[in-house]
Design a protein around this ligand. Structure first.
Ligand SMILES: Nc1nc2c(c(=O)[nH]1)N[C@H]1C(S)=C(S)[C@@H](COP(=O)(O)O)O[C@H]1N2
Ligand SMILES: [Mo]
Length: 229
C-alpha cells in the first residue's frame, strides 16, 4: 500500500505491526540508564541539551505502525475535565487560524534537529475554547496507532507548542505523523504524539506507553530526564 492510499470507506488502515524488539531494547536502555551523561543545563545556557548530537536529516521513530489517517477521518477530541468538550473535524480544524512556529527537536535516543518550521493550530487557543475545569492538572493523549503519552496541563498549554499540519511548507507526511501531530519542543520528542486523535484532561497523572516502560514522566532534555529511575 502506498503512502497515498488513504481514501476509501475504512479511512484508517495500519501499516506494519509493533516493533516488539525495538520496544524491548528501549525498555532495557531505560532500566540500565543508558546514554546518561549526568550533566544538566538550561535552554538559555546551551541550545543543545546534554548528551545530544545534531542531525540534519529527520529520523523516523515510532512503534512500527504508521496509520493511514485520511483527512476526512482526522477528528481531534479535547475532552475530560473541560466545560466545553470539543470534537473537531478536519474541516473545522482547517477553519481555525493557521499559525507558524520554528523550534528544535530533541529525541531521547540522542539526536537533535534545529530549526524545524511548522504550520498548524494553536493548542493554547483550543484549550481556551475547551475551558479546563479547576481540577484538570494533567492530560493523556491518544493516537491512531494506539500510542499514548501524558503531560502536565501546564506543559501542554504553552505558546510555542503547535498542533502541526505542515513542516517546511508541505503537509506533514504520514511517517512523521500526518495529517496532524502535536509538537512540544521543550520536552523530549516522545512527548509529541504523531497521528493524534484525542487529548483528555484529567486530575491525576496517567503514564503513557513509554512512561510505563521506564521513561521519565516529564522528559526535560536539559535536566536529562530520560528515564524514571
Ligand atoms: N503516535 C505516535 N507518536 C509518537 C511515537 C509513536 O510511536 N507513535 N513515537 C514518539 C517518539 S519516541 C519520537 S522520538 C517521535 C518521533 O517523531 P518522528 O518520527 O517524526 O521523528 O515521535 C513520538 N510520537
Ligand atoms: Mo523517541
Amino acid at each position: 500500500m502506498g503512502p497515498e492510499a488513504t481514501s476509501g470507506a475504512s479511512q484508517e488502515a495500519a501499516q506494519g505491526g509493533i516493533k516488539e524488539k525495538l520496544v524491548r531494547t528501549k525498555e532495557r536502555w531505560a532500566g540500565e540508564g543508558r546514554l546518561l551523561t549526568g550533566m544538566t543545563s538550561t535552554p538559555d545556557r546551551d541550545r543543545l541539551p546534554p548528551g545530544q548530537r545534531l542531525v540534519t536529516d529527520w529520523p523516523v521513530l515510532d512503534l512500527g505502525i504508521q496509520p493511514a489517517v485520511a483527512e476526512a477521518a482526522a477528528r481531534l477530541d479535547i475532552d475530560g475535565l473541560v466545560e466545553n468538550p470539543l470534537s473537531l473535524s478536519w474541516a473545522e480544524l482547517m477553519a481555525l487560524p493557521q499559525e507558524e512556529r520554528r523550534n528544535d527537536i530533541h529525541c531521547v535516543t540522542q539526536w537533535s534537529r534545529y530549526d524545524n518550521d511548522w504550520r498548524g493550530i494553536s493548542i493554547t487557543a483550543l484549550l481556551a475554547q475547551a475551558r479546563p475545569r479547576r481540577e484538570a492538572a494533567f492530560v493523556t493523549m491518544e493516537s491512531h496507532d494506539g500510542y499514548t503519552t501524558n503531560l502536565p496541563l501546564a506543559d501542554l498549554d504553552r505558546p510555542e507548542n503547535l498542533l502541526a499540519t505542515h513542516w517546511e511548507g508541505k503537509p506533514l507526511t504520514r511517517q512523521h505523523g500526518g495529517p496532524l501531530r502535536l509538537v512540544v519542543p521543550h520536552l523530549y520528542f516522545w512527548k509529541s504524539p504523531k497521528w493524534i486523535r484525542r487529548i483528555s484532561l484529567i486530575a491525576q497523572d496517567r503514564p503513557g506507553f513509554w512512561e510505563v516502560r521506564g521513561y521519565h514522566d516529564r522528559g526535560d532534555p536539559w535536566l536529562e530526564q530520560r528515564y524514571s529511575a
